[in-house]
Ligand binder design. Structure first.
Ligand code: ADA
Length: 578
């Protein structure tokens, strides 16, 4: 399932989750334009969704690959073909014709295929996972990038008139009242004018009905504004959701919303007028067996563990995570930081100024906001992580990304994560600042957080950011699961727990910090292969800074962070500061 609920009851949908014909294309290096020749004559099979790097013999493969399957039409049909996520480049061919190309990795793209004849149709995808200095993320990046079709491929059968999009925006007008606007986009493939009964239901009850006539091959937008009373607010731990269904007689579309306000003021984040202290972790959606094709069942378990830790928030490091995952967060009342995979720690500032990079960044950001706009759990859109925010290039990119997000959504604060807190020139641009720093690991001792933060708060004043909330978005250290002892040696569970405990105590003592995201929830595979020389300090080829290991087994640090997040006592029995 793509969501935790059905998005369509009337519309016919089919998931192409099965074995596809598959062939690696190792002769092709680089990511230039390419032309369809033909599907290789010898091929294997590959499950979809899956990452090929989790299959035997393909552990390190980065490059191009071919996928093929067939879709059967019973009659003449209008199809909507949706790829929910393909890593990197995707060229899609239908019956031998190029439908289009997409670059991205974690957001859907689609094609509409009208008047398809009854019979079998060939669907070919050529994808390329190669990273370079124009891709997002660039090469190198500190996670294993994988390749493949990582989320479902879906075929929908469309009626002559169908619902193309439902957009919902609201403004709270009182504690329990809101003005809500529905924008419903209908499209007709019919040669003659058609009239359809459009109905909107909320939790099964009709709130609006009208007859709508569309001219031949027309698109029509219906905008409806209503004032609602007795609105139940969505809140942390109190996840009130409304299910909205639009129908047109033969077609339907179901989505959900939750009502809440988010503001930033006095250096804090306010949800429904209540100041939040955010307790969170960074989560990669990754597992040694599935890579990024993360199964739904494990999402529930990840969230159970994260809630057991005492978190009220998660950062989706470092890319748009599955809709299913965000649905779970909506349902459990956990707030989410959502970002695109601009990962800049090793990125020269010139990269951020390239037109192709900017274009890709804006497209990926726009696709994420469009896909996830209705989730109440998402409270921050974050535009980049650890780029060279000392530079004018990074400043200019930030301005463009912020403008784009604001043109789509004014209801959520815009955030970023900086690794240059004492030299950053972008501090004044954002609604929320995240700091990534590894005192006690990459730099000096953990005590150095104190002077660093003092200086940082002073700098915020210089940049007009004295009221901007500041979150510690990354900190921690590596601890190899099972390596415990009497001494807090580097890479032991003991040292990792020590660094996190000390760091959290410092941050919680600082009134100018309004939340923490531990780096990281689980150990993840690192971008380390025989051909690459980066990240050679990643023992076992993993980033070992997880509170749990890659199989979700808790380390000492998990228990220590849980004590702090749950307000218990430290290992010596002293009560932690709330
Ligand atoms: C950075 C980065 C993370 C990870 C981390 C680390 O802060 O944002 O993705 O690479 O460092 O483990 O070093």
């Amino acid at each position: 399932m793509i969501r935790t609920f059905d998005e369509h009851v009337l519309r016919s949908t089919q998931l192409l989750n099965k074995l596809w014909d598959f062939k690696l294309d190792p002769l092709d290096h680089g990511v230039q334009e390419r032309w369809f020749e033909s599907f290789p004559s010898e091929y294997d099979q590959m499950p979809v969704p899956a990452c090929w790097n989790n299959e035997l013999g393909k552990f390190e493969y980065e490059g191009a690959a071919w996928y093929r399957t067939y879709v059967r039409c019973e009659n003449k049909e209008h199809l909507r073909l949706i790829f929910h996520a393909v890593l990197g480049f995707a060229d899609v061919y239908w019956d031998g014709i190029l439908l289009g190309r997409h670059f991205g990795g974690y957001t859907p793209f689609e094609f509409k295929l009208l008047d398809q004849n009854a019979g079998l149709h060939e669907l070919i995808l050529r994808t390329d996972s190669t990273l370079d200095q124009t891709t997002i993320p660039i090469d190198p990046v500190d996670w294993f990038h994988y390749g493949g079709i990582i989320r479902p491929v879906e075929v929908q059968r469309l009626e002559e008139v169908h619902i193309e999009r439902l957009n919902m925006k609201y403004e709270m007008t009182g504690d329990h009242s809101a003005d809500i606007q529905f924008t419903i986009k209908l499209r007709s493939f019919a040669a003659d004018p058609v009239t359809v009964p459009v109905k909107i239901e909320v939790d099964g009850e009709a709130i609006h009905a009208e007859q709508v006539t569309l001219d031949s091959h027309a698109v029509k937008e219906i905008v409806l504004t209503q004032s609602w009373t007795d609105v139940r607010r969505w809140h942390i731990g109190k996840p009130e959701l409304y299910t909205i269904r639009v129908t047109t007689g033969k077609d339907d579309l179901i989505d959900r919303i939750g009502f809440r306000t988010i503001e930033t003021k006095h250096k804090q984040i306010w949800l429904n007028g209540e100041a939040l202290y955010l307790q969170g972790v960074n989560r990669h959606e990754e597992h040694p067996e599935w890579g990024f094709a993360f199964p739904n069942k494990l999402m529930t378990k990840d969230l159970d563990i994260i809630q057991n830790l005492g978190c009220n928030t998660v950062r989706g490091s470092h890319y748009p995570q599955s809709k299913y995952w965000i649905d779970l967060l909506d349902e459990r009342g956990i707030v989410f930081w959502s970002e695109i995979p601009i990962w800049g720690a090793h990125m020269p500032k010139e990269v951020t100024a390239q037109p192709i990079f900017i274009e890709r960044a804006l497209t990926m950001m726009g696709e994420m906001v469009d896909r996830d706009m209705h989730h109440p759990s998402i409270i921050f859109w974050s535009v980049h992580n650890e780029i060279d925010t000392k530079s004018q290039e990074a400043y200019d990119l930030s301005v463009q990304m912020i403008d784009l997000v604001r043109s789509k959504d004014l209801s959520r604060p815009i955030a970023y994560a900086t690794m240059h807190p004492l030299e950053d020139i972008c501090l004044g641009l954002f609604d929320v600042i995240g700091i990534n720093k590894y005192c006690g690991w990459y730099e000096g001792s953990v005590d150095q957080f104190k002077p660093l933060l003092m200086k940082f708060h002073e700098r915020c004043k210089e940049y007009g950011a004295e009221h901007t909330p500041v979150l510690m978005t990354e900190f921690g250290g590596a601890g190899i699961y099972g390596d415990e002892g009497w001494e807090p040696r580097l890479f032991s569970e003991d040292y990792q727990a020590f660094v996190l405990e000390q760091a959290l105590l410092i941050f919680r003592d600082d009134p100018a910090i309004s939340g923490t995201y531990v780096w990281q929830f689980a150990d993840v595979r690192a971008d380390l292969s025989s051909a690459k020389t980066n990240f050679r300090d990643r023992a076992r080829s993993f980033n070992n800074k997880g509170l749990v290991n890659e199989y979700r087994k808790p380390k000492l640090a998990f228990r220590v962070v849980r004590s702090i997040y749950q307000g218990d006592t430290d290992l010596l029995g002293n009560k932690f500061k709330q």
